[in-house]
Structures are given as structure tokens and as C-alpha cells.
Design a protein around this ligand. Structure first.
Ligand code: SF4
Ligand code: FES
Length: 255
């Protein structure tokens, strides 16, 4: 298992600074609205995250500000946005990371914009799941709901758990130049999920079956190894290792 690189949010941080937030504002539902950047000022408090700052701005200055969150703990993946040029989770990002006190917030590119900083990652993930059939396909004869639960090999369970840590935040999609240039490319999150099912001994699909889904330029051979996914994934998942593994497997089906 790899070491988590998400910054701690227990830092006390500095107090007394005045922060400037430049925030993308646009409501596609509102007739005549145009995309614009709006500036807000806020006093920094100890331990302040971007998520805390956004809530204060919405509570105290502008109730129309749209952004998403659920867990505030890096688990639900809802609060991903582009912070000073890099896609990441707002609830795990301290304002003290920005010494100049200037913070620019943009919505994740590559997803349908709901409004301001809110994008529809759920729709994207659902379409991806349908396209790649991202669910367990039991082997023939192993589909009975009356069958007894089988213990899993602990090593296999640990390897599966490593890939199950994806929170579907969409950061790897936004950070991938290949995906931004070619919308049909499945992106790292899709390939990671295929790797997860390929690894699962309960899944009856063969390597050839997976080849038919991702053995092309929109799949595992389309990745240009630009590393945006792995460099920015808030869960520090091993995208490159898994993509290389899938490529080897897919290439072997051609021999
Ligand atoms: S692989 Fe990482 S960056 Fe991509 S959706 Fe999952 S958690 Fe987010
Ligand atoms: S609010 Fe859930 S990951 Fe940030």
C-alpha cells in the first residue's frame, strides 16, 4: 500500500492574514448570465481549509455561491475543484499553502458545469460505469444468491482494497491532457476500475473480454504517460503502475 500524500488538515496555520479569493462564477441555468471571475476578501483563521473558507463566503457574503461537499474529510470526492491551477480536494487543502494569500478557484474542466464551482461528476462516473461495465461479472454457475460467502485470499483483498480507495473525485480526469484533448479517452479512473475487476478472482471476464473494452486508443493504448493523474490524485493511487500492467496484459492477447 502506498503512503498518502494528502496534506494534513491539523496544521494550526496563521491567523490575521486577509485572503483574496478569485472565484469563477457562471450559472448556465440563468438566461443571459456570462462567465466571470468575482473577488472576495476573508480573514484567515487557524486551520482554515478552502472548504471552510467557501462556506464562510457563502454564509457571510454571497449566498448564491455554488460548490459541492458532503464529508469534509476527503472521502466523498464531491469538493474537487481547480485551486491556483491544480485540481484537488477543497476540504483537504489548507489556505496556508498559499503564502501570497491569493487563491483562484475554478470548476474542474471536462465535466458538465452545474454552476460556479459545482460540476456533475456523478453523471460522468455513471456513464463510464455503463460504458466499461464496471461491476462484478460472476463466473458461470457462481451466480446463486443461496451460495455461501467465500473467504478471500488476504493478499488479493489487500490489492483490491488499494484500488477501491478511489473516491471518484474526477481530479485525474481534469488533470489529464489526453482526456481534455480527446473526450472519448476513458481516462485514468476508468482504467483503474478495469484493473480492479481484472484483479478480482470472482470476476469471470477474461483478458480478451477486457481487451474488447479498453484495448484501443480510447482505452489503455491512448494514455500518453503525461502523469497528470498520478501527480494530482488526492488518494495517491498508482495509476501508472496499473496502466502499465493492463497494457502488458492487453498486448499479450495479441501474441
Ligand atoms: S483515481 Fe484518484 S483522482 Fe481519479 S477519481 Fe479516483 S481518487 Fe480521484
Ligand atoms: S467534502 Fe468529501 S472529499 Fe471533500
Amino acid at each position: 500500500m502506498t503512503t498518502r500524500l494528502i496534506p494534513t488538515v491539523t496544521d494550526t496555520g496563521s491567523a490575521g492574514r486577509r485572503l483574496t479569493f478569485n472565484i469563477f462564477r457562471f450559472d448556465p441555468q440563468e438566461n443571459g448570465d456570462k462567465p466571470k471571475m468575482v473577488s472576495y476578501s476573508l480573514d484567515e483563521t487557524p486551520g482554515m481549509t478552502i472548504f471552510i473558507a467557501l462556506n464562510r463566503l457563502r454564509d457571510e457574503q454571497d449566498s448564491s455561491l455554488q460548490f459541492d461537499f458532503v464529508c469534509r474529510a476527503g472521502i466523498c470526492g464531491s469538493c474537487a475543484m481547480v485551486i491556483n491551477g491544480l485540481p484537488t480536494l477543497a476540504c483537504r487543502t489548507l489556505t496556508t499553502r498559499y503564502p501570497k494569500g491569493e487563491i483562484t478557484l475554478m470548476p474542474l474542466p471536462g465535466f458538465e458545469l452545474i454552476g460556479d464551482l459545482s460540476v456533475n461528476t456523478g453523471k460522468f462516473m455513471r456513464q463510464l460505469a455503463e460504458r466499461l461495465q464496471l461491476w462484478l461479472h460472476p463466473r458461470e454457475g457462481e451466480q446463486s444468491i443461496h451460495a455461501l460467502e467465500q473467504a478471500m485470499d488476504p493478499d488479493e483483498a489487500a490489492r483490491l482494497y488499494e484500488l477501491e480507495r478511489c473516491v471518484e473525485c474526477g481530479v485525474c480526469v481534469s488533470a489529464c491532457a489526453t482526456k481534455q484533448m480527446r473526450d472519448t479517452f476513458v481516462g485514468a479512473v476508468g482504467l483503474m476500475k478495469i484493473a480492479r475487476f481484472e484483479l478480482d478472482s470472482r470476476d469471470g471476464r477474461s483478458v480478451e473480454d477486457f481487451y474488447h473494452v479498453i484495448g484501443n486508443q480510447d482505452g489503455v493504448f491512448g494514455c500518453m504517460t503525461l502523469l497528470g493523474c498520478q501527480d494530482n490524485c488526492p488518494k495517491d493511487l498508482p495509476h501508472m503502475q496499473q496502466i502499465a500492467y493492463l497494457r502488458r496484459k492487453m498486448a499479450m492477447t495479441l501474441l
